[in-house]
Structure formats: structure tokens, C-alpha cells
Unconditional design. Sequence first.
Length: 452
Amino acid sequence: MAGLALLVPQLNLLLSAGGGVGARPADHEIWFSSTSWQATSRAAFDETLGALARLTRHSSVPPLSMSAWFDGLRARIARDFAASDACVLLAPTAADARARARAIARALLRRRVVEIATSPAESTGFAPCERDGAVTLVVDLRERSGEPRDQASIDFDALQLAEASLESGAALLFHLLDTSKTGLAGVSRDAARAVASAAPGRALALVDASEGRASPNELRNDLARGRMVLVSGSQFTGGPPHGAALLLPDAMAEELAATPGAIEGAPACARYDAPLDLRALLAPPPGTTADIGLGLRWTAALAEHARYRAVDPDLRRRVLETFSRKARAMAARFPFLSVDAPAPGAEDDPPRQSIVALICLAPPGAGSAMQQAAALREALARPLAGFPGDAICHVGHPVPVGRRAALPVSASAPLVSAVARRVETGVSFERAMAPPLRDLATLLRKWEAIAG
């Protein structure tokens, strides 16, 4: 153990590479920020420390080779997140993975690409495409009032845009938002399938599952239908920030492997971020080294994901449903905020339900609603003079909701796993849920103290 302790500063540096924060455990802080990122749990940190020890031969267990380690990580991501053996391309951020998907779509479609997306402000790492004449058309998730739109209206708008784009001679890339930062869903998979059937060879889809609320079976079906899939090791999963992956259907990966030359415009990958037969296509710079920090961040994420999936499904569901119900009931008692309407169609989807968007009702002041919400979020994450315990509270990044702004408060895989561990010791479910519910009460009292 003393030898491993010497590696902790190095591990902290590698996990925090790229500006990541929250890489080290912070059990004394309150974390309801899984729509963005949260601190690594102690268990995941220790598992990651063990991996670094094997990589650097500071362990009594057999050492790991770098190539075998990355091959194993990519295989586990495909299996654990999508119940498949799909091709996996690692990326430091969701924005990098999305840029890689866009480059792949251009290479395969071989014509001008029109993108159709829903409310970029509610997506992770999304910016409109501004390359090679590409254009991004946006379908709103909400009415101007901020109320969520129904799925039929969202799909109708998307199909209208798709029809006009195809008539102009363009190809299509759908960004299918599985779950937004407030729990909403974007253009449906059914709508994308209808377009793909009507225009074979001219439409591709990228499922944005970066919030981590999609089931492995859902993502396996997406890959089977020829869609790319974007996943993240942070957000709901609970791994450190700056760890994403792009999953490709087998047929698409084989088609890419047969493509001559590098894929134009694709972000360069580090060594081992892609399978050997695709590495040259992603044009890694000469002498590129392995991104060990990215591998370690995914090691932590996979450890969290495995613990969550090991929890009995009925218990997982009960924890998430209880969190959603209690959070909404508790927030409704405070006059300085309102609770966003539940996401349409999420009644039987506990992971999506467990995102509760709290809309700030602060009086007009300096700055926009989004600026005021961002300032409130920062204040919650700092000690507050006179507040008992100086509790540091973390919520998600602000999201526009009509003319106001919301701060998402959400459950996470580590929260579910922690409740399950307490249940396993023999305590009642009510007692096992007490710690996160006390933390919710503390968060709201601090919010009240700041808003007051």
C-alpha cells in the first residue's frame, strides 16, 4: 500500500489532464451534478490506482501492456454500455467524439451534409457544424414559454426539414438526443428510421447517449440499425470528466477500413484510442503517445458502471423513482424556484425521471437569467458564511428554459450503488435512502440562504 501511495500524485495529474476537475474523491461534498460531472468515488479511484500500478509495474500482480489494456477498455465499453462487440473510438470529450462522427458521415455520404439536431443548449459538447458548406438545422425541444414539446411535434418538424434537405440534394446526419440535460428526448429513433428507409445511402444517425440514461439493449439496437452511438464515462455513470467514446456498427467500421487515405477533418487520435485497422485513417501525428489519462478516466467510469449494473434492477428503479419523487416534492415547498414539468414519455424511464430541473425564480437583476443561474451554481459550490457545515453543493450546468434558466439536480449511478450497499448491510430501504435525501434538504436550504 505504501508503494501505491507514491503513485497518487501521478494519478491525480493524469485524471485531471485536459482541465478536468472532480477527478479525486470528495465524499464530504454533496453531488447532484450528474448531468455534467461529479467527483470520482473512493472505490473507483482505488481501482484506477491499481491499474496505474500494473501499467508502471509497481504492483505484485502481473503487469499490463499498454496495447492490451486499451484493447480491453474499448471491448468493455462496447460490452457494458451497448451489450455488443462494436468498434470503439476513444475521445477526450463528447465534442471530439461528435467531430469524429461528423467526419465519418462526410466520408461515407460523399456529398454535402445537412445536420438535424435538437436544442444544442441541452446537449453535451454540441456546437453547430461550420465545415465544407455543412449546415445544422435545429428543432426546438421546448415551446417559447419553456414548456416541453410533445414528441409528435418534434418529429414533425424534423421530418419536414429532412424532406426539404433531401430535395436540395444534400445528405443527412441526424443527432438523436437520447436524453437532454433536463431529461427531455430529441428527434425519435422512429423518425430517423423512416428517413433512412425512404432515402437509403443518404442518411446517417448519431445517437447522443452521453447523459448515460440509455440501456445497453437500446444502444445495441441502435448499432444493429446502423447508427453511431456517443457515450460518456462521466455524467450519470460517475467517472471523471473528459472521457467519451464513439461506437460504430461493424459494417460501418469495415467500410471505413476500406477507405483510402485519412478521414478528412477527423480529430487526430492518440495511439491505441482506435483499433489498429482504423488508426491510420484518424491520422495520429507521428510519434503520438498513448493517452494514459484517458484510459484511466475510462477505468474509473467502467468500475462505477459495473457496480451500478450489479445492483438488482428493481432496487435501481426504486432508488431513482424515490429520488425523483422526493426531489420534486421538496423543491415545491420553496417559493424561489419552480420544478420543470416531467419529460414527456419518461413516466416509465427512471434514469430520465431522476433528472429534476429546478427553474430559478430570482427577481430581475444584473445579467441574464443564464448568468444569474451560473452565479448561483458557483455560490452553491463555495463555503457560505453562517451556513451550518459549510456544505459544498454541486448541481448541473444551467440550461435555458424559456426566458428563465434551470439548474438540473440529478441522481447518479454512484448514488444508486451507495444506497444498494447500505441495503445489503440489512438496513431498511428508507434508512438507506436517508443520506441522499438529507443532502437534498441541505442543498435546498443553502439555495434558500443564497437566494434570500
